[in-house]
Design a protein around this ligand. Structure first.
Ligand code: NI
Length: 177
């Protein structure tokens, strides 16, 4: 992935409180060079973080594109790039701790389906259906929530949410000083 000939770039990952993270992202109508480039950059950014998933709004692009790789680059076959992903079936409930690159160092228990079926397009425009369970199902739900302007902390109690937002506000002010 560190080929000097390509021009992939690491992008800045937005943090909680940034307005782009709260917006509903637009469907992608054409898979052009811009979208392919965005996907490449998101993959590099996800691996560098390192993270197991990333959504376009986290890099300040409000378009419906997600990348997931539970192996974080160890297994090429684990990489999923999906355009306009939609959950068409969900089943079961699993409570597990979850985190997010946009909410660093915060891990909270979130209930997610045990199994989901996700439909979307791959980078060549082919329709894909993926059956996902457990961690992969969780990753899809988490990343698709980002496309709808939702963060995992939004499911927590109002008090917990307030404390988390306060913590990040403080951090930002410290950085600015
Ligand atoms: Ni996230």
């Amino acid at each position: 992935m560190n080929d000097e000939d390509n021009d992939m770039a690491r992008l800045e990952i937005l943090k909680i409180g940034h307005p782009s993270l709260a917006k509903t992202s637009a469907r992608i109508e054409a898979i052009d060079d811009e979208i392919r480039r965005l996907a490449e950059d998101m993959i590099e950014t996800m691996y560098a973080a390192p993270g197991i998933g990333l959504s376009a709004p986290q890099v300040n692009v409000n378009r419906r594109l997600i990348t997931i790789d539970l192996s974080v680059g160890e297994q090429a076959s684990d990489l999923i790039v999906m355009i306009n992903p939609e959950i068409v079936f969900r089943e079961g409930k699993v409570v597990r701790e979850e985190g997010c690159l946009s909410v660093p160092e915060i891990y909270e228990k979130v209930t997610r389906p045990q199994k989901v079926r996700v439909k979307g397009l791959d980078l060549t425009g082919l329709e894909r259906t993926i059956e996902a369970q457990d961690s992969l199902a969780r990753a899809f739900c988490h990343e698709i929530d980002h496309l709808d302007g939702k963060l995992f902390v939004d499911t927590l109690s109002p008090l917990k949410r307030k404390l988390i937002r306060k913590k990040f506000k403080k951090k930002d002010e410290t950085v600015e000083l």
